[in-house]
Design a protein around this ligand. Structure first.
Ligand SMILES: NC(=O)c1ccc[n+]([C@@H]2O[C@H](COP(=O)([O-])OP(=O)(O)OC[C@H]3O[C@@H](n4cnc5c(N)ncnc54)[C@H](O)[C@@H]3O)[C@@H](O)[C@H]2O)c1
Ligand SMILES: [Zn+2]
Length: 357
């Protein structure tokens, strides 16, 4: 089977396969060196876990991990590692992670530390995981002190994206992934941005052709960026557009009533306000981006104050020596990393978000 693309990294390369129906053809796409295990969550087991497991000549054992962001923890990793060892995992074993970003990040992290690293295949089933989290090799879990504070880089052997899994996704999770795709357009692909802006209705109605094209293009953006910068020293940081204020909004809301993608969408509007005030982004471009976001109808933010959001932003792990790092757009398709955003600029960005809904 011909992959959609191949991602190269310092120690190798891996294919990203894309196709409807590929989930039940996993056995044709990957060749485990030793015993492989399907790892998924209870509500994905029947619909997606078993088809993957039974696509191999000898059906694979299936291990479940618990659902939800609150369970993306070291405790879950430990119980997964125990289950794998009890089931006979060895150095040549493979994890096939079937699920959204939570399953992918948690089982990916387990794969990175078990026996100093075993093989991993990512089989993302949410839009966000298909266009973002499954690609690039970042894996990890949350800590009580913050999200994604424990982790490593562990490249998968392959990523298999089957967009037919999106048929069962809840609207809010679908929308979350769409905003990450829109972000990808502003960061590095004006054509992707156009496709999303030209067809918000078709996307929200989940028109297959439109979705497939958006996924393919967004995977292309992420692949080219992580291929050029594996460890987030340089251009990979551009993918954080919308994330400084977005993460702060998510944290200030207690991660309730707001998806990650919605946080990013509002955060893009905030970053744009800062870029506008600095004179690096033309108003016409800011207006196009904001219209594209609002056409997809992110849920309005709960009653948050500027102070709540500023306090949450103070904990951002990307702050450097007291200076705030942010990604600002120059135009659709080109963003830049700035490392000197002042507190009053951030406050201005947050005000713009709170005023725009
Ligand atoms: N590693 C990275 O580079 C990276 C990048 C972005 C985000 N992330 C992480 O990804 C996580 C978010 O991922 P997510 O948005 O996929 O959330 P998620 O994994 O929690 O999935 C959202 C919900 O959708 C359900 N679900 C999954 N697939 C489904 C399907 N096909 N049909 C019906 N329901 C389905 C899940 O069971 C869950 O309830 C966060 O923890 C975030 O930190 C990681
Ligand atoms: Zn994100």
């Amino acid at each position: 089977m011909v992959p959609l693309l191949t991602i190269r990294h310092a120690t190798g390369a891996y294919p990203v396969y894309f196709g409807r129906g590929f989930l039940s053809r996993l056995g044709e796409l990957v060749e485990p060196r030793g015993q492989a295990f399907v790892v998924t969550s209870p509500n994905l087991r029947e619909r997606y876990g078993y088809p993957v497991a039974s696509s191999f000549p000898a059906p694979l054992p299936l291990i479940e991990i618990e659902e939800g962001e609150a369970r993306k923890t070291l405790a879950t990793v430990e119980s997964l590692v125990s289950a794998l060892l009890e089931a006979g995992a060895r150095r040549d074993s493979m994890i096939l992670a079937v699920g959204g970003g939570v399953v992918g990040d948690t089982s990916g992290f387990a794969a990175s530390i078990l026996l100093r690293g075993i093989d991993l295949v990512q089989i993302p089933t949410t839009l966000l995981a298909q266009v973002d989290s499954s690609i690039g090799g970042k894996v990890g879990v949350n800590h009580a002190k913050g999200k994604n504070l424990i982790g490593s880089f562990h490249h998968p052997r392959a990523v298999v994206v089957d967009p037919s899994t999106l048929d069962s996704l809840h609207d809010q999770d679908f929308l979350s992934g769409l905003f990450e795709a829109l972000k990808g357009g502003v960061v590095g692909d004006p054509e992707l941005f156009e496709r999303i802006t030209n067809a918000p209705g078709a996307l929200l109605a989940r028109d297959r052709e439109t979705i497939d094209e958006v996924i393919r293009r967004k995977i292309g953006v992420k692949a080219s960026i992580v291929g050029a910068d594996e460890r987030e020293g340089g251009i990979r940081r551009l993918l954080n557009y919308g994330h400084t204020i977005g993460h702060a909004l998510e944290a200030a809301a207690g991660y309730e009533g707001i998806t990650h993608g919605e946080g990013v969408a509002w955060g893009m509007i905030g970053a744009n306000a800062i870029a506008l005030a600095r004179g690096v982004l033309p108003r016409s471009e800011a207006t196009r981006i904001e219209s594209a976001i609002l056409a997809l109808k992110p849920a309005p933010l709960r009653a948050l104050t500027r102070e709540d959001v500023l306090a949450a932003a103070a904990h951002d792990k990307k702050n450097r020596l007291g200076k705030r790092v942010m990604v600002l757009p120059r135009r659709i398709g080109e963003c830049t990393v700035v490392e000197d955003v002042a507190e009053h600029e951030l406050a201005h960005g947050i005000d713009a978000v709170l005023a725009s809904q």
